[in-house]
Design a protein around this ligand. Structure first.
Ligand code: JFZ
Length: 338
């Protein structure tokens, strides 16, 4: 792990990719912008299903039209190279439960459920290796709106209710819950999909877990151990839960103060507008100068910067964000090459 951590720290700058079925909607559902959605919660485009409380069967329909351009992997890797990014982390499964890879554990995946019919995670992995870019995947282990909805929510809520304490639903699907339990979801989908990814991608560098929700300490450890036992070189981020991650993160779009950060392994992930997933009407792009300010601030304190893009349903990166990143990259290539 120590070697892998050193390698990670030296990489310094990576590309985060939030991409999935929701990317087609671009933050708008049946004419309503997600910012005006009826349900409280994050107004980011990848939370579409949650914000509009879309029933599971209806949401699944989005797979039937998900047919991105074949050039997605090539284009994205080229952009990362142009910008000076050394690693890529892509959403292999976000909270909506859709897997962008060839999964045997759930047919709600890119190969079985979409007209694209091919494993786009594998395509991106191959494109990255060909260009010397490190490859990592984001995986929402705690939250899955398609499966094992209950989490420990019911139990936690029962205890809290008896004490008169409010229990925040924490991003759980309570509008159209699946009938399996969280434990069944873990056994039949989450643990097995992590195994699939590790087996399918021998050169995988990193799994970026997210959506802890009510993940217990034992479950978080189980995820950590699963990864370690199959490939001890794969790094795991803090959000796997409790203290099991290999490195810290500073919270989304947050940069820690200079005190004592230099020696540690940590990463700040950030957006280029106000959403991770593609939001068609959000043109509030951070300028190249602003992005460079964060870049320098983070790197000077010894951290990594994982900067996000949100391609649309066809896999195209919004033009302004690509331009801003390339402008940033131009400065980096001139001034900050290692
Ligand atoms: C999560 C996701 O819900 C979101 O969709 C996106 O993928 C983002 C990168 O991660 O949201 C979070 C999780 C943790 C924090 C903030 C947003 N945090 O610790 O500050």
């Amino acid at each position: 792990k120590q070697e892998a951590l050193k390698h990670f720290k030296e990489a310094k700058f990576g590309m985060f990719i939030h991409w999935g079925l929701y990317s087609q909607a671009g933050g708008i559902w049946k004419g309503t912008k997600i910012n005006n959605a009826p349900h409280p919660g994050p107004k980011v485009a990848e939370w579409l299903m949650y914000a509009f409380q879309i029933p599971r069967t209806e949401y699944k329909e989005l797979a039937k039209t998900f047919n991105p351009d074949k050039s997605f992997a090539q284009n994205v890797v080229k952009l990362a190279k142009d910008v000076g990014m050394k690693y890529i982390v892509i959403t292999s499964k976000h909270h909506d439960g859709f897997a962008l890879f060839d999964s045997k554990s759930s047919d709600f995946n890119m190969v079985d459920a979409t007209p694209y019919k091919a494993d786009i995670i594998k395509e991106l992995y191959n494109a990255c290796l060909a260009e010397g870019i490190d490859f990592g995947v984001y995986y929402s282990h705690g939250n899955d709106w398609m499966d094992g909805t209950d989490g420990n929510y019911a139990n936690v809520k029962k205890v809290n209710d008896s004490l008169g304490i409010y229990t925040h639903p924490n991003g759980k699907n309570l509008w159209d819950p699946s009938d399996n339990t969280h434990e069944e979801y873990l056994q039949n989908k989450a643990y097995s999909q992590i195994k699939e990814l590790l087996t399918m991608l021998p050169e995988l560098r990193l799994i970026w877990f997210d959506g802890t929700g009510f993940t217990t300490e034992a479950q978080a450890f189980q995820f950590y151990k699963l990864v370690y036992d199959i490939n001890p070189n794969v790094l795991v981020n803090r959000r796997v839960g409790y203290a099991f991650g290999d490195y810290l993160d500073a919270g989304d779009n947050k940069i820690p103060s200079a005190n004592e950060t230099l020696e540690k392994y940590w990463e700040t992930c950030g957006t280029t507008n106000n959403s991770w997933g593609y939001k068609s009407y959000d043109n509030d792009w951070k300028s190249p100068k602003e992005l460079l300010y964060y870049f320098v601030d983070i790197l000077s304190k010894g951290g990594n910067y994982l900067l996000n893009i949100g391609p649309d349903g066809k896999g195209h990166v919004p033009e302004t964000s690509a331009q801003n990143l390339r402008a940033m990259g131009k400065w980096i290539h001139q001034n900050a090459e290692a």
